[in-house]
Design a protein around this ligand. Structure first.
Ligand code: NAP
Length: 491
């Protein structure tokens, strides 16, 4: 078992307090590594290092910053198998998905490395002669990146890649459940040649390490992905120093099946969307909204397919779904299953913690499906586990009304063969992401990612929008007329 340290100013060093915590495999209980419980002092040290590194890094030509990120992508590609296995062991998603998580990290680093040759501003004519107008992008300074455990390779890369290519220095705090994946990433950036102090890595609790990153006035922006309560807390605390905060929060994502849909395809989609990563994706399908005319046919197929899913150690290639990520996750999900039963939702399958030799040391829950009425808590609140609520609707308008009647607005999907229905849904669904004839999951790194309503505060990660949260826009006027020209007045 390996002992890891904090990474500050290019050195792996112990925490000032010397306390440790263990990261464990949620399928077997095996301890994978130990990490320091970072302190406020450690965060301050990391900010010191990041502040010192910033002026040089800001001046380092952006295409060369891109070269380092491209090298990191190539190292990650070489380590994909090993890294994917670590994702699976530490977070619990099946191996194919663990590799997919790493592939998304690689894809994003490759994509964003090219941004070093863009970082586009704009040029535009002036309303006066002999005057030139443009905008340029500049880095913000020391930025904080706080990440969740469910995509322990991809989400940190989305943030770190965009922050670094823009010329910021970073203090990075990963989720306490997945520090090993984060440490592997930091090692990759180190091997790629990132200068000391540009990336600093502090493990430890959100309430200590995360809080100091958010509250310290020398951290000039925070990028956060996680739950709504944490996001609200961070937003409030950061507002005291008026620092920009980018929030990517939860979801309650609907898949709509219309009466003309290809039912087999739609069921294939919902199985992947609802039970992939044991439902622990912000874009997981947690509501299946089915047109009444195909309801019986679709639910019958769904149940047949769900009951055939194989649950077990996610390293086993025969397994379709692994454990949930922690004992707290298990407790919360089982509580929601009880809530569903008490609310009168009809349990169609699953609903229990799995016991027996293969399962005793892990956090395994059966894939669970409820037939529910819209309005029940299980149809409105994020469960973040393998629990799907199926809701019967009277038609398109009813389906869209139900899909939209939640506080979240991240992802959505509609299965229909009618192009007009598809285009209406693209307009009508109140979300940041809509899929047609595909599940609610499946982000591609060159497109913007994020949501509306309680899913966030308006920003988008990835794609051409990735650098927006990490750059300041400066507006520049160059007057070469040789005289004082007065806008608005000389008309
Ligand atoms: P979380 O409990 O909110 O934690 C997220 C991160 O915030 C962790 O690193 C956590 O540290 C840290 N943190 C906790 N309290 C903090 C505080 N007071 N100040 C600063 N940082 C703090 O969320 P999670 O359980 O890891 O992730 C699940 C949630 O993330 C779900 O709601 C899911 O929908 C959402 N998510 C959203 C997206 C998206 O892009 N929209 C993507 C993935 C996940 P500790 O681990 O030490 O507590």
């Amino acid at each position: 078992m390996k002992k890891y340290d904090l990474y500050i100013n290019g050195d792996w060093i112990e925490s000032t307090a010397g306390e440790k915590f263990e990261t464990k495999n949620p399928a077997t209980g095996e301890t994978l590594a130990t990490f320091p419980k970072g302190t406020k002092k450690d965060v301050v040290k990391a900010i010191d290092a990041a502040e010192r590194a910033f002026p040089q890094w800001k001046k380092y030509p952006a295409p060369k910053r891109g070269d380092i990120l491209l090298k990191a992508a190539s190292i990650a590609r070489k380590k994909k198998e090993e890294f994917g296995e670590i994702v699976t062991k530490e977070m619990g998603k099946i191996l194919a998905e663990g590799r997919g998580d790493v592939q998304e990290a690689i894809d994003f680093l490759e994509y964003i490395s090219g941004e070093g040759r863009r970082l586009f501003g704009e040029t535009t004519p002036s309303e006066l002669s002999n005057k030139f107008c443009m905008t340029i992008r500049q880095p913000i300074g020391v930025v904080g990146c706080i990440t969740p455990w469910n995509f322990p390779a991809a989400i940190p890369c989305w943030k770190l890649g965009a922050a670094l290519i823009s010329g910021n220095s970073v203090v990075f705090k990963p989720a306490t459940l997945t520090p090993l994946c984060a440490a592997k990433l930091v090692e990759i950036f180190e091997e790629a040649g990132l200068p000391p102090g540009v990336l600093n890595f502090i493990t430890g609790s959100g309430s200590v390490v995360g809080r100091e990153i958010v509250e310290n006035h020398r951290v000039k922006a925070v990028s956060f992905t996680g739950g709504v309560p944490t996001g609200v807390d961070i937003y409030g605390k950061a507002s005291k120093s008026l620092k920009p905060v980018h929030l990517e929060l939860g979801g309650k994502n609907p898949q709509i099946i219309m009466d003309d849909a290809n039912i087999d395809l739609a069921i294939e989609g919902v199985l992947f969307g609802a039970f992939g990563s044991a439902g622990q994706r912000c874009t997981a399908t947690s509501r299946l909204v089915i047109h009444k005319d195909v309801y019986d046919k679709a639910t019958k197929k769904l149940l047949e397919r769900t009951k055939a899913l194989r649950i077990g150690d996610p390293l086993d290639p025969e397994v379709d779904m692994g454990p949930v990520a922690s004992v707290d996750q298990e407790k919360k999900i089982l509580e929601y299953i009880e809530i569903g039963k008490k609310e009168g939702a009809k349990l169609l399958c699953g609903g229990k913690k799995l016991n027996g030799k293969r399962y005793d040391k892990g956090f395994f829950i059966e894939p669970t499906i409820f037939e529910a009425e819209h309005g029940m808590r299980i149809t409105k609140e994020e469960i973040f586990g393998p629990v799907l609520a199926v809701i019967k609707t009277s038609g398109y308008a009813d389906s869209v009304r139900i899909a939209n009647d939640v506080e979240y607005g991240l992802s959505s999907s509609i299965y229909t063969k009618d192009v007009s229905t598809a285009f209406r849904a693209i307009q009508d669904l109140e979300v940041g992401i809509t899929y047609v004839n595909a599940p609610t999951i499946g982000a591609e790194v060159h497109l913007p990612f994020g949501g509306i309503k309680n899913t966030g505060n308006g920003g988008r990660e990835a794609g051409t929008t990735a650098i927006d949260e990490f750059t300041e826009m400066k507006t520049v006027f160059i007057d070469y007329s040789g005289r004082l020209q007065k806008v608005q007045i000389e008309k």
